[in-house]
Design a protein around this ligand. Structure first.
Ligand SMILES: *Cc1c(COP(=O)(O)O)cnc(C)c1O
Length: 431
């Protein structure tokens, strides 16, 4: 957006003009958002797609209500995880047959990590370290710790324990990546800061040391370009309720490089991962396809909703989405610095385009109260410990004038001290 790049002279009129010239502007009509809200939390829970209610209505009233159990066959329920996985794969540089939509990101991470470890137990049995990041989303660390604890309870006798190694400023990835590392499990885009790893570079470095990679794409899928096959990644997981607008708690995805799919069972090998589930066979025989990564019966209504979100995303040009995301985040940062500069907001998101995702985070000592005051004024972002105001930038339904208006409300709240009120300091269960 050239009009917006001359930041010194940016005005609301320039933002309105940029919105008029925006090739993605029409996508706004494909979402239903409440009046009076500027929604900067599509990275945490995407808004409702047009057609979502009708789709649920169809599933509940017709497919379930009329079709009853026949709908597993007649309405395509049984194939949903794979059919949606094929659609989703197009957004992350995958092929058909490499992904399924199923379970939660946490569960899929367990399956991916355990499968990667299982491969390493055969290929490189001495590698016992799972590298992840201290600043990773907590569930990613907890799942790795839980897996290591379980494995250690089994291998106690051998004395060669699995361990988690956390990379941080003191221990950069290059140093952590020694010959003991079995798996490198990272979030591609950091949930708090928005910092983004170079997937290709990290994967090559991991492979160079004989390690496998598991990428968490929770803040990447639908937000930034991802090319899993181009990077030669091994496993990936991610959410559909964030940038993919699949609905609250919608099923997650797991992608597995074709070369690994047929090597071992994943440990949650329920009947849906069987080669022929309805043979009801006594002995387990894993599916040779990506269905091996399913576990049990799927949540059909929630899966159906995922498709309404995916179909919108698949209509958008990924290059245009990335360009607008960068333009909006640049604008957001510049306006906050120009208009709220005296209030001590500290940008914790990298400025450099190549190393950031699609959200912007600022630290402020009263971050929680400031965010609560913003939400009360209809500017919905979220708060993350410690002291972080997080603003998700979703190019399909946000425009340049939205960013301008959001920053003006932020400026007003900071200038007036309106955040400094007891009602903005009481913590909710979900922030
Ligand atoms: C949002 C998020 C999750 C959420 O996992 P769930 O199992 O869906 O609760 C996991 N990892 C990262 C990096 C996230 O951002």
């Amino acid at each position: 957006m050239s009009a917006i790049n001359t930041l010194a002279t940016v005005s609301r009129d320039a933002c309105v003009a940029a919105d008029r010239a925006d090739s993605l502007a029409a996508f706004r009509q494909r979402f239903i958002l409440p009046e009076g809200v500027i929604y900067l939390d599509g990275n945490s829970l995407g808004p409702r797609p047009v057609g979502a209610l009708e789709r649920v209505q169809e599933v509940v009233a017709n497919e379930w209500g009329e079709g009853l159990i026949r709908s597993w066959n007649t309405a395509g329920w049984f194939e949903l995880p794979g059919r949606l996985g094929d659609k989703l794969a197009r957004l992350i540089g995958g092929q058909g047959g490499e992904a399924v939509v199923t379970d939660t990101t946490s569960l899929n991470l367990f399956k991916a990590l355990a499968s990667a470890i299982r491969i390493q137990q055969v290929d490189h049995p001495d590698k016992r370290v799972i590298v992840t990041e201290r600043d990773n989303f907590p569930t990613d660390i907890y799942i790795a710790e839980g897996l290591a604890d379980f494995l250690n309870s089994v291998v106690e006798a051998t004395g060669r324990r699995y361990e988690i190694r956390l990379v941080d400023e003191q221990l950069p990835l290059e140093e952590a990546l020694d010959g003991e590392v079995a798996v490198v499990a990272l979030s591609h885009v950091n949930y708090r800061t928005g910092a983004m790893w170079d997937m290709r570079e990290v994967t090559a470095a991991a492979h160079g040391r004989g390690a496998l990679t598991v990428w968490d794409l929770a803040h990447s899928a639908g937000a930034v370009p991802v090319d899993l096959n181009g990077a030669d990644a091994d496993y990936a997981v991610g959410c559909t309720y964030k940038y993919l607008n699949g609905g609250p708690g919608s099923p997650a995805f797991i992608w597995v490089n074709a070369r690994h799919q047929d090597r071992f069972w994943q440990p949650l090998a329920g009947w849906w991962s069987h080669a022929r589930p309805f043979e009801m066979a006594e002995r387990y025989a894993p599916a040779s396809t990506i269905n091996r990564f399913l576990c049990g019966t799927q949540p059909v209504t929630a899966l159906a909703l995922v498709e309404t979100g995916l179909d919108i995303m698949l209509d958008a040009d990924p290059a245009a989405v990335r360009a607008k995301s960068l333009a909006l985040t640049d604008l957001f940062v510049a306006l906050v610095e120009q208009r709220c500069g005296v209030h001590g907001l500290e940008l914790i998101t990298p400025r450099e385009h190549a190393v950031r995702g699609s959200h912007v985070s600022f630290r402020h000592p009263e971050g929680y109260a400031v965010m609560s005051a913003l939400i009360a004024r209809g500017v919905i972002g979220d708060y993350r410990e410690p002291e972080v105001l997080r603003f998700g930038v979703t190019p399909l339904f946000l425009g340049y004038a939205d960013v301008w208006d959001a920053v003006e409300i932020l400026r007003d709240i900071l200038d007036s001290g309106a955040w400094d009120a007891p009602e903005f300091k009481a913590r909710n269960a979900v922030t």
